[in-house]
Design a protein around this ligand. Structure first.
Ligand code: PLP
Length: 231
């Protein structure tokens, strides 16, 4: 099956209000171009230098999202154009992104990554850590980042009940923050959850952004560890 066919299969299954971030990491420009010709405009990458190279060689109207772990020394490669950073997993990183965004004269959309999986290999804040940061830290003074919502990855398991439970807990936490710290910010409205194997469950539990890679583009090249959180 072609990329185009698989892309449309995913797109046709999306209810209104849910957008697809096509995760193109480790796939060549040709694969992205095939999806682009079908109208897909939002793509996600997990390495700053790979994103930079693709941004420089692919059409300007692509909306690039950064997923995964962002090292502070790599922020500069992506800050001039990145549309959304999904993996903010420490207050320090948020401060660093703000600093670079200020230099670039931009306001950058960010999602706070929450730890919802059972495995401790996955990154992110616990709910309490996140509550404390929003309560204590002076995040509202960071004028060049805009917290648009939350992101999370469910456990890598066949147990659908477990996955559903994790997505539901993230949705409930999202609603809690929406009604408290972000009550006056209608732009806190994105919930990034759902990947190739679990995106239907994520949609059923309130996702607004699904991050789907291999279901569209096929297996990623090589046998390297693609993302420490997915190892
Ligand atoms: C790689 C990756 C995805 C896409 O995974 P697939 O299983 O290929 O759909 C989604 N989110 C994150 C954070 C990733 O690193």
């Amino acid at each position: 099956m072609s990329i185009a066919t698989r892309l449309h299969e995913v797109l046709n299954s999306l209810p209104q209000g849910v957008r697809l971030v096509a995760i193109s990491k480790f796939h060549p420009n040709e694969a992205i171009e095939e999806a682009y010709r079908e109208g897909q405009r939002i793509f996600g990458e997990s390495r700053a230098q790979e994103l930079k190279a693709k941004h420089e060689t692919l059409p300007d109207d692509i909306e690039w999202h950064f997923i995964g772990t962002l090292q502070t020394n790599k922020i500069k490669y992506i800050i001039p154009y990145v549309a959304m950073i999904h993996g903010i997993d420490s207050y320090k990183l948020l401060v660093e992104v703000n600093k670079h965004a200020q230099k670039a004269g931009r306001v950058v959309d960010c999602l706070l990554q929450m730890h919802i999986a059972q495995e401790d290999t996955k990154f992110g804040f616990s709910f309490d850590e996140c509550r404390n940061i929003l309560k204590d830290e002076n995040w509202q003074a960071l004028e060049n980042v805009r917290i648009r919502g939350l992101m999370g990855m469910a456990s890598n398991t066949d147990n659908e009940e477990q996955i559903k439970k994790e997505f539901c807990s993230l949705y409930e936490f999202f609603v809690e923050l929406k009604n408290t710290h972000f009550a006056s910010q209608p732009t806190f409205n994105e919930l990034s959850m759902g990947m190739s194997d679990d995106y239907p469950l994520a949609i059923a539990t309130g996702s607004t952004l699904i991050r789907v890679g291999s279901r569209i583009f096929g297996q990623r090249a090589g046998s390297e560890v693609l993302h420490p959180g997915l190892a």
